[in-house]
Design a protein around this ligand. Structure first.
Ligand SMILES: [Zn+2]
Length: 396
């Protein structure tokens, strides 16, 4: 199989002009975005330019709301677009589907975003009433920690929320449901899809994502440290000599260096484990994984968050914040620069056939938060503001 990455021969020393360069990339990406989608559009656009009825934050118009929310504090001129987007989303709000109650896929994600943007407790009520205590799946995209993410997101970004006690009680109930389904080795590893699917490790579908969300909520669930640490050992014991992680324990395939499966999703989680428990082996595993993301993380799938160079570069920001070592910020800046200005990389992306997409070289949801340009812009905003960087739908 052909390799999935662009060989990284780039320097991790950075020129003084980099901030201007990255602002230029943000501006170019937003021009591309707005040429196809206005802030009032309540649909997504696929790779053929057709309208798609996708309302999720993952690939649909919910992700555009997230983008404008992310842009506004840094670029106040986006206030107008944010207001227009909020009004458009509210007009569709009653029609949104409550079936999958996770931040990335369900209505609760949009409710949580509206609650935070509008500081409106009515949307918090919707999050609370649409998020169940008991779950059959536990992963980030379609499972329990995807529900927990919305609750933690509200506590972080709407600290004066009047339903704080109810949110904390809901967090504790969901966490209890997750922990009570651990296996006999005290590991948080679950089949996806349940009951017969794979025992995934990665951030989107498995243990790494579950641990990352639970650790961010530790102040409300301190009694689960032991099961979290035992599950951390499972993750670390699975690390390849390369520094990468398999999609499930025992899988020998070491070519997937993505946020959703692999080292880039693990690095922020391991950095957080190090910051909480102060155990050096977590940091060593994160550093080793980060080296592999630097080596193999410029992905030919393109610049998206879920399985692209932006998502991968967030792991450098996590390492920068955990260690204070400038080299990691430089590496994040270098990935941003390559995405914006390196013609040969961008041509390689356009010619890459991953065999799964509708069109060669273009994501199926090219403007979306997790597969498209909206997520890349979030990363570019964060690389200029690294101390407050937050991977969308993963860090609160
Ligand atoms: Zn992915």
């Amino acid at each position: 199989m052909d390799k999935e990455y662009y060989v990284n021969t780039f320097s991790d020393q950075i020129e003084d002009s980099i901030e201007d360069d990255i602002n230029q990339i943000i501006s170019t990406y937003m021009q591309i975005f707005k040429a196809s989608l206005s802030p009032t559009d309540t649909w997504a656009i696929n790779s053929s330019g057709k309208k798609v009825n996708d309302r999720t934050i993952y690939t649909g118009f919910g992700g555009y709301l997230y983008l404008y929310w992310k842009l506004r504090p840094v670029y106040p001129s986006y206030e107008i677009d944010l207001r227009a987007c909020v009004d458009a989303v509210k007009k569709k709000y009653a029609e949104l589907d409550t079936e999958i109650p996770t931040f990335l896929i369900g209505k609760v994600g949009i409710s949580a975003l509206l609650a935070v943007i509008e500081k409106n407790p009515e949307y918090v009520e919707d999050v609370l009433s649409n998020t169940p205590d008991n779950w059959e799946a536990f992963e980030l995209l379609y499972g329990a920690v995807g529900g927990l993410y919305g609750l933690g997101f509200i506590l972080k970004h709407y600290p004066e929320v009047p339903q704080r006690p109810q949110i904390i009680a809901k967090i504790q109930a969901i966490a209890n449901c997750i922990i009570s389904n651990k296996n006999q080795d005290n590991h948080l590893i679950f089949n996806f899809p349940p009951p017969g699917g794979k025992l995934y490790l990665g951030a989107a579908h498995g243990t790494i994502g579950i641990l990352h969300i639970l650790m961010q909520l530790r102040e409300y669930i301190p009694q689960y440290d032991q099961v979290i640490k035992d599950s951390l050992n499972l993750v670390i014991d699975s690390q390849f000599p390369s520094g990468n992680f398999p999609s499930y324990p025992g899988n020998k395939y070491d070519d997937t260096v993505h946020f959703c499966h692999g080292a880039p999703g693990a690095v922020p989680m391991l950095c957080l484990a190090y910051q909480i428990y102060n155990e050096n082996n977590y940091l060593q595993a994160a550093l080793k994984a980060g080296e592999d993301v630097w080596r193999r993380g410029l992905l030919l799938k393109g610049n998206c968050l879920c399985h692209g160079s932006s998502g991968n570069a967030y792991s450098f920001l996590a390492l920068f914040n955990a260690t204070g070592d400038q080299i990691w910020l430089n590496r994040a800046l270098r990935f941003a620069y390559v995405m914006g200005f390196h013609d040969d990389y961008n041509v390689a992306v356009l010619n890459y056939d991953d065999g799964q997409r509708e069109r060669i070289g273009i994501a199926d949801n090219p403007y979306s938060l997790m597969e498209g340009v909206a997520g890349s812009v979030c990363f570019l905003v964060d690389v200029l503001n690294p101390l407050t960087a937050a991977f969308p739908a993963y860090d609160f």
